[in-house]
Write a protein that binds this ligand. Structure first.
Ligand code: ATP
Ligand code: MG
Length: 384
């Protein structure tokens, strides 16, 4: 009998009229990650995705699926016909590869098709008895050391012995677009990743200290974006030079540099987001992690924007962020040396910036035209 990959998604958010839309997005993401690894079509069958494996490299399939948001769990299963005889034969065959005589096992049956003549409980009892007879195992409902799973659908049944936990979340593309302010640091790639986890398409904006955008385009920023690419799918990165800002602020008291620079970044980001159809900005800010991230400064930096700013890491400890960064492989890139814009900015920033003073300074330097000029100097790179 053939082997298939069966993919289950979390039910949350998938109820009602949106369901086909979510399923389509998930199928598209699975297809993208597995292109060149599995050549069959992803089918949507009775609330799961099913993918004939045709001898594909299972380890590569697993690695691909571990990068798809919206998967609750998946498994590699053997197909049986939806009748007791065929299911029984397949269960014995599959179980014989993983259980030892005397081992306590449990058979778990789910029916997507309730017209099947036996109930789930009846079928699991029948199958349990078969296993006891043929393989000499014992049945333990409370403390099994192995479980044998059966899913009965209308036209076929699936038998498997292992469930692999997916990333959870929602399929990328199911929640609209956001624009992420991406620095070379540890935090902002993780903030971007978490927005993808909730189904957002994420495009990026990076401010660089170079004279030429090309220098930033060839920096580790692109490596970080590429590291996130399997999760996000095709995306864009806008590179904006910070020198117009630097020139305009040479005479501004150094302690206000930082808050002004953050307001400059947000104002540029707001206009780029509007042009790209992004509904919110995303940053890697975490409350009180550094001087620029006191409650006062976070609030002051984005006050007066038309667009909302999402800060998925606001309540994360650094260690928690680092753990995710190590897991997804951005950490090694983030700690590579890079000439960050912020390194040219005051070491002792104002931690309780007064908005009136900041706004007065903005008028003095005509921040809006600095923003316009900087946008004009930006470049945009498509990454796929
Ligand atoms: P990160 O680890 O993401 O660099 P951080 O702890 O260094 O964050 P800051 O440098 O204060 O903190 O930056 C806070 C947030 O502002 C970043 O997470 C990012 O979203 C944004 N940001 C900072 N510098 C830049 C930049 N050069 N280009 C784009 N966004 C930036
Ligand atoms: Mg930083």
């Amino acid at each position: 009998m053939g082997r298939v990959c069966v993919i289950h998604y979390s039910e949350i958010g998938l109820k009602g009229r949106n369901r086909p839309f979510f399923e389509k997005m998930l199928a598209e993401n699975v297809r993208r990650l597995l292109s060149g690894i599995v050549d069959s079509k992803v089918r949507r069958i009775q609330g799961r995705l099913v993918l004939p494996l045709n001898g594909a490299d299972l380890q590569r399939v697993e690695e691909g699926l571990m990068k798809v948001f919206g998967i609750s769990w998946f498994t590699f299963a053997t197909i049986a016909e939806p009748n007791v005889e065929s299911i029984g034969r397949t269960v014995v065959e599959e179980a014989s590869q993983v259980v030892k005589p005397g081992e306590p096992i449990k058979v778990e049956v789910k029916r997507a098709d309730k017209s099947f003549p036996a109930t789930s409980l009846e079928l699991s009892r029948i199958l349990g008895r078969m296993l006891v007879e043929k393989l000499g195992v014992s049945v333990s409902l409370k403390n099994p050391s192995k479980k044998i799973y059966v899913e009965v659908l209308s036209k076929e049944a699936y038998v498997f012995t292992e469930k692999k936990r997916g990333l959870g979340g929602l399929p990328v593309g199911s929640s609209g677009r956001v624009l992420s302010l991406l620095s070379g640091g540890i935090d902002s790639p993780i903030a971007s990743y978490l927005m993808m986890k909730r189904g957002c398409r994420v495009s990026y904006l990076h401010f660089h200290p170079f004279h030429d955008n090309a220098e930033a385009e060839n920096s580790k920023i692109m490596e970080i974006v590429r590291k996130l690419l399997p999760y996000s799918g095709e995306t864009t990165v806008t590179f904006t030079p910070s020198y117009e800002f630097q020139i305009a602020t040479v005479n501004v008291p150094a302690k206000y540099d930082l808050i002004l620079f953050r307001r400059f970044m947000f104002k540029v980001a707001e206009r780029i987001a509007e042009a790209e159809g992004a509904k919110a900005l995303v940053t890697g800010e975490s409350l009180a992690q550094v001087a620029s991230q006191t409650l006062e400064n976070i609030v002051a930096a984005s006050r007066g924007l038309r667009i909302p700013v999402f800060r998925p890491l606001i309540a994360f400890d650094k260690e928690e962020i680092v753990n995710v960064a190590k897991k997804i492989g951005t950490y090694e890139l983030s700690i590579k040396p890079y000439k960050d814009c912020c390194s040219i900015i005051a070491r002792h920033p104002e931690t309780r910036a007064k908005l009136e003073i900041v706004e007065k300074l903005e008028r003095q330097i005509d921040l809006d035209s600095v923003v316009s000029r900087s946008i004009g100097l930006s470049s945009r790179v498509v990454v796929k």
